[in-house]
Ligand binder design. Structure first.
Ligand SMILES: [Zn+2]
Length: 107
């Protein structure tokens, strides 16, 4: 019998609920000397998602634009999911913090 192509979710190493599409970045483990962000429970208003990390992880992050400022939205997946927001930065500051988050220098 010929081998069948991998069906989605057939990989035994996959721990999430679906196979990682491998498109969005996965933040590296936070470094010990990382900058601690100030997290708050809710955003100041409606927001728009600019970037996001891969949702195959239990915790994923979004870079968001919210009322003229920029923030990072943290989502801890679960039932119910937990949300936290940090920032109110300028676009430039937010991009810099986003990069730090991805490289484990801020969390
Ligand atoms: Zn992934």
């Amino acid at each position: 019998m010929p081998a069948t192509p991998d069906a989605p979710g057939s990989d035994l190493d996959t721990r999430g609920e679906w196979t990682c599409p491998g498109i969005s970045p996965h933040p590296v483990r936070a470094a010990s000397g990382r900058r601690a962000l100030d997290w708050e429970a809710s955003p100041p208003g409606p927001y728009r998602v600019l970037e996001h990390t891969c949702a195959c992880r239990a915790v994923y992050f979004e870079l968001i634009a919210c009322g003229g400022t920029y923030m990072i939205h943290k989502v801890i997946q679960g039932r119910p999911a937990e949300h936290a927001f940090a920032g109110r930065w300028t676009h430039r500051e937010a991009r810099e913090t986003w990069l730090r988050l991805l490289t484990g220098q801020a969390r």
